[in-house]
Design a protein around this ligand. Structure first.
Ligand SMILES: *Cc1c(COP(=O)(O)O)cnc(C)c1O
Length: 288
């Protein structure tokens, strides 16, 4: 199992041809940009390490991917959350269920006060969402795959698009690619995203495209659900509901009618769609 080298395919969406890098197909469990970001911890020697500690939301894609990493490496996984809703405790689904099945030890606490600030020698601490320097190790491999493909297919005016959370993936792609990287802020606004970029690298940031409407991360929007269903129907590819719906709205707004080719990075996250789809069904389809 090497967890690299995902295929690139051409799709047609709303009459426009776009290339898609299928990182959702890297592996059944360890896939998407989290597999790229945590690849460093998969591949390198950590002979004294016994445990990974992280924190964030209890439905996060990063949490699930870390649980897969720890299972593969036979490490303990301790994950801190603010709060686990009772419906999820009663009936675990999606990333939460997957991570529990992989042996995650989840700890519900007030985050600021309770996460230890110092760790034992045998512990790796991963910040929320995997926003860390080590992420560039795997993202450089992703960039190299894109460069090889662009040479094989003789791409000239290529631009790479991907939606951002912490912005780590977009930032390191820009660092290692000779093409312009375009992104949009799905968590917080563009100012927040710029700050996130600056925490990791001072220069050479991706271009942030703006939307007119302000979207709040994790909230349900009819246009997100609509474009998700349209994508499914027209391309036969399932995209993530949290990031990709906004990503494709952004592509629709800014990148159509442009002269260059676009490579859209599919960053996985499909296990998280199970709980999102339940919420969307309930709100807009009234299916229970
Ligand atoms: C985590 C995630 C992102 C955001 O990645 P960042 O590197 O934090 O910007 C985007 N899409 C999906 C599907 C994700 O799981």
């Amino acid at each position: 199992m090497n967890y690299t080298n995902s295929p690139i395919q051409q799709i047609t969406f709303n009459n426009q041809e776009i290339f898609v890098k299928r990182d959702d197909l890297l592996h059944k469990d360890f896939s998407g940009n989290k597999a790229r970001k945590f690849y460093y911890f998969l591949k390198n020697d950590f002979k004294d390490i016994k445990k990974v500690v992280s924190y964030g939301s209890c439905q996060s894609n990063a949490m699930y991917s870390l649980s897969c990493l720890c299972k593969i490496r036979n490490w303990d996984f301790e994950y801190y959350v603010d709060h686990i809703p009772s419906y999820l405790k009663d009936k675990p689904i999606g990333n939460y269920k997957g991570a529990l099945d992989n042996g995650m030890c989840i700890i519900e606490k007030e985050l600021e006060k309770e996460i230890p600030s110092k760790f034992e020698e045998d512990t790796i601490f991963i910040p929320e969402g995997g926003a860390l320097q080590e992420a560039q190790y795997g993202i450089k491999i992703l960039a190299d795959e894109i460069i090889s493909w662009s040479k094989e297919t003789k791409q000239k005016d290529l631009k790479v698009f991907l939606p951002s959370g912490t912005g780590t993936t977009a930032l390191y792609l820009q660092k290692y690619l000779p093409f312009e990287v375009l992104t949009c802020a799905c968590v917080g606004d563009s100012e927040y995203l710029k700050k996130q970029f600056n925490l990791l690298e001072r220069n050479n940031h991706p271009t942030i495209l703006e939307m007119e409407k302000k979207y709040h991360f994790g909230k349900l929007y009819k246009e997100f659900y609509e474009i998700h269903k349209q994508l499914n129907k027209q391309t036969n590819i399932e995209f993530d509901l949290l990031y990709d719906s906004l990503g494709w709205l952004c592509v629709n707004k800014h990148l159509y009618t442009k002269k260059y080719n676009i490579l859209y990075i599919h960053q996985g996250g499909l296990l998280g769609n199970i709980s999102m789809r339940e919420r969307y069904n309930y709100k807009y389809d009234k299916i229970q």
